[in-house]
Design a binder for this molecule. Structure first.
Ligand code: COA
Length: 196
């Protein structure tokens, strides 16, 4: 059977994408931000979060639409203590892009990256009311640990192999090219509309 190639690829983001990351977060409702971060987030706190994103220590992933807007965003955090082998993941998907498999794809992409960086576990912490995240974690085969205040979902990761490293390098290369085109097109459209 022929496999469908997804038109929206998962790309790893860099510091030059901060404005797009912030625009994505600003499009989430108050409730979504609470589900994402576990507390009420002010505009200033969002801006500080984006400003402090550590692109070289952590890994930030995005799925973009044709206009290079971020539809789905994932943050894979690595502990400052480099001996820790657990990576922490948090994500958000714009309401209009939900139930299209983007959340699951971000999680799978993050798991490959964490594995290739030598992590042995990926963890997602969520508020007890977050049924969608709980279902997503179950769908991904994660182990759920109940807690009244802060339930967690764990994914055990295999050690990296030459194949897992090659696979990540190749898919990242494709995604970076695709994203480059989307950003260039979006910038050209904006330039035409401002100079018209
Ligand atoms: C949780 C969230 C990231 C899910 O993203 P998504 O892109 O819609 O998820 P997917 O389409 O990849 O869903 C994969 C599976 O998860 C489960 N799932 C996702 N959303 C669900 C929902 N609202 N209700 C029940 N199951 C759900 C389903 O099993 C789904 O598979 P299916 O669509 O084939 O049935 C998204 O709802 C979101 O951004 N919520 C607000 C922020 C948030 O809660 N972040 C997580 C905190 S770490």
């Amino acid at each position: 059977m022929q496999q469908r190639i997804p038109t929206e690829l998962v790309a790893q983001l860099g510091p030059h994408h901060r404005a797009r990351v912030l625009a994505h977060l600003c499009r989430l409702s108050e409730r979504d931000l609470w589900l994402r971060f576990g507390y009420a987030v002010t505009d200033d706190a969002l801006r500080a979060y984006v400003r402090k994103l550590h692109f070289s220590r952590d890994a930030i992933f995005g799925i973009f639409d044709e206009a290079a807007d971020v539809l789905a965003l994932g943050h894979l955090g690595f502990n400052k203590n480099t001996s820790s082998t657990t990576a922490e993941f948090g994500l958000s998907v714009l309401p209009q892009a939900r139930r299209r498999g983007f959340g699951l794809r971000l999680l799978q992409r993050a798991a490959v990256h964490a594995r290739n960086r030598g992590a042995t576990n990926l963890v997602m912490t969520y508020v007890p009311e977050n049924d969608a995240l709980k279902s997503l974690a179950q769908r991904a085969g994660m182990q759920l640990v109940s807690d009244v205040y802060e339930p967690r979902a764990f994914l055990s990761l295999e050690p990296p192999t030459a194949a897992s490293l090659m696979d990540e390098t190749f898919s990242e290369m494709l995604a970076a090219i695709d994203l480059g085109f989307r950003v260039a097109n979006a910038d050209a459209v904006q330039h035409r509309s401002t100079s018209a």
